[in-house]
Design a protein around this ligand. Structure first.
Ligand SMILES: O=C(O)CCC(=O)C(=O)O
Ligand SMILES: [Fe+2]
Length: 537
């Protein structure tokens, strides 16, 4: 349940890290900036040419005067030429020198500035890497080599600055082991990098060493801290703080190595998403569904993943074209995910990174594909989609995920929602995902791998309409790829005669396995703009 922040407190962001749909504008922006910088460089080159020409001309005159024995006053040729040159050419050169260079390009760069990723965007990107690395226990050196969970991907190499930023980010998150790995990698990469460029971006070798001193000292790795402090001092011999550090660390480094225990995330999704890849999906049974006249003509392959609670995976329910149509219909409507706060009965902005995705709702009759999907879901489930919610499309962002949750409202008495609680969820996968992004039911030990065109249906309610807490599920952080889904939440009231509560129904005992879903002030939930902000000041 969320704590809604005031609209004014929301940091401005372009949502670049939140959704992949934001990436094409970012790439366009990059192309524009490159074009602009090229044109600026060409203006500077033209100016340099002018200066060189002027020098050339001057040199010619000077050498002329030196080689001639006759004096300036007696040589009519030289006299006339020099007079003309100094009178006519020089004011021209002066004018060229005074010309404001690249004014057009500077104005264009300034106009692009508000469109650039903000501090919040960068914080979210750092947080995405953090989520990815800590969920899947990835090694920094593997990530830099393009290896994610044992699979190699062609990649844009990260350099000193990317590694240093991550090092500092982990440092602020008090995850020193990761911080040290990233900072050490940054130092290693420094040797093969353009030091001048890195310096322009305010990173120096010694700045990285200084953070390493802190990270190793705070985490109790005194020997390493002593070495880094000495290396820093060698570069900054007058640094009194570092002198004191070296003295203290010399003594501390005699102590046995006992690194401090680091805080570990207790988030369920992290525990359950990091399983061997590819996950083994154990279905109960698999057969063709031919239960209605429609399905007799077009049988659907179904995998029963769980009988109680019922979770079924229907394959080939949507074609590739239909999946693309749903994505395209939603694109203009996508916005940062909100979540329903049952305390306030309002949709609230998700400031705590519980859902790192963009969402949109599509009307049932907006297109023949939305109608067809409804019809097919109704055919395979036998449920009535009257009063069901509008189709929700989700586009996950960088390392996008959804924390553990249940789809039912979790209230004991139905009724606040006029059409009843969410009997079932029909979740259509609109993309395959290269790695990660599985839907996991931790309490049932079920992992569902997204398959484009397949629809997974699970029942959220017991037959007495109370939430079935065993359906707790998460969407694991995407490791590589693009994940889109379409979710249809089917409401309870319409199923009154289809799913009646039997007379001798025994409700499930209240589960104490269900995590408390209140937003806590756990560091995992804290938006990291403060950290990234402080990195850049
Ligand atoms: O994307 C997924 O795998 C799960 C989505 C989900 O749980 C939801 O939208 O409620
Ligand atoms: Fe869900």
């Amino acid at each position: 349940m969320g704590v809604a922040l005031n609209a004014d407190e929301r940091p401005v962001s372009h949502d670049f890290a939140i959704a992949l749909t934001s990436m094409p504008p970012l790439l366009e922006l990059k192309e524009k900036s490159v074009g602009n910088l090229k044109s600026y460089a060409s203006a500077l080159r033209d100016q340099l040419k002018n200066v060189k020409n002027a020098l050339q001309q001057m040199k010619k005159l000077r050498s002329h005067s030196k080689t001639q024995s006759d004096s300036y006053t007696s040589n009519v040729f030289y006299q006339y030429r020099l007079t003309r040159h100094m009178h006519q050419d020089w004011p021209k050169w002066l004018k060229l020198m005074a010309k404001k260079l690249g004014a057009k390009q500077i104005a264009s760069a300034q106009s692009l500035h508000p469109l650039l990723p903000t501090e919040t965007d960068l914080s979210e990107a750092l947080l995405a890497i953090y989520r990815l690395q800590t969920t899947y226990k990835l090694k920094a050196k593997d990530m830099v080599a393009g290896i994610l969970k044992g699979k190699y991907y062609s990649h844009d190499k990260w350099g000193v600055i990317e590694c240093s930023m991550l090092g500092l980010f982990y440092f602020y998150k008090e995850r020193y082991t990761y911080a040290i790995d990233w900072l050490k990698l940054a130092l290693k990469l420094y040797k093969h990098s353009n030091a001048k460029l890195i310096k322009i971006m305010d990173w120096t070798f010694v700045a990285i060493l200084e953070i390493l001193v802190e990270a190793t000292r705070i985490s109790g790795r005194y020997k390493a801290a002593y070495i880094y402090a000495n290396r820093t001092l060698a570069r900054k011999p007058n640094d009194d703080y570092m002198k004191r550090q070296v003295e203290q660390l010399k003594e501390l480094s005699q102590l046995p190595l006992v690194p401090n225990v680091e805080r570990n995330s207790n988030k369920l999704y992290k525990k359950f998403c990091n399983r061997p890849y590819p996950p083994i999906v154990k279905g109960v049974s698999c057969h063709y569904l031919r239960s209605t006249p429609f399905l007799k003509l077009a049988p659907i392959k179904m995998e029963v993943l769980s009988q109680d609670p019922s979770i079924t995976y229907y394959h080939g329910l949507l074609s590739d074209v239909e999946a693309s149509t749903l994505k395209n219909l939603s694109r203009p409507l996508l916005h940062r995910a909100e979540f329903f706060d049952f305390k306030t009965n309002l949709y609230a902005m998700d400031y705590y990174g519980q859902r790192t995705c963009k969402t949109a709702r599509l009307d049932d009759h907006v297109h023949e594909v939305t109608e067809a999907l409804n019809q097919r879901v109704s055919h395979v489930t036998g449920l009535l989609l009257t009063d069901s919610e509008k189709l929700q499309i989700i586009n996950y962002g960088m390392s996008g995920h959804i924390h553990e949750h249940i789809d039912a409202s979790k209230r004991s008495s139905e009724g606040e929602w006029e059409t009843g609680d969410r009997t079932a969820t029909a979740l259509a996968y609109l993309t395959d995902v290269e790695q990660g992004g599985e839907t996991v039911f931790p309490l049932l030990n079920i992992t569902v791998v997204p398959r484009k065109g397949s629809v997974m249906v699970f029942y959220n309610l017991q037959l007495n309409s109370q939430a079935d807490e065993r359906t707790l599920h998460v969407s694991c952080p995407i490791i590589f790829g693009d994940k889109w889904i379409a979710t249809k939440w089917i409401r309870d009231k319409a199923q009154m005669f289809i799913r009646p509560c039997p007379i001798h129904f025994k409700p499930l005992p209240k589960s104490d396995l269900l995590p408390e879903m209140e937003v806590t002030n756990d560091l995992d939930f804290i938006r990291e703009e403060d950290y990234a902000g402080s990195l850049m000041k």
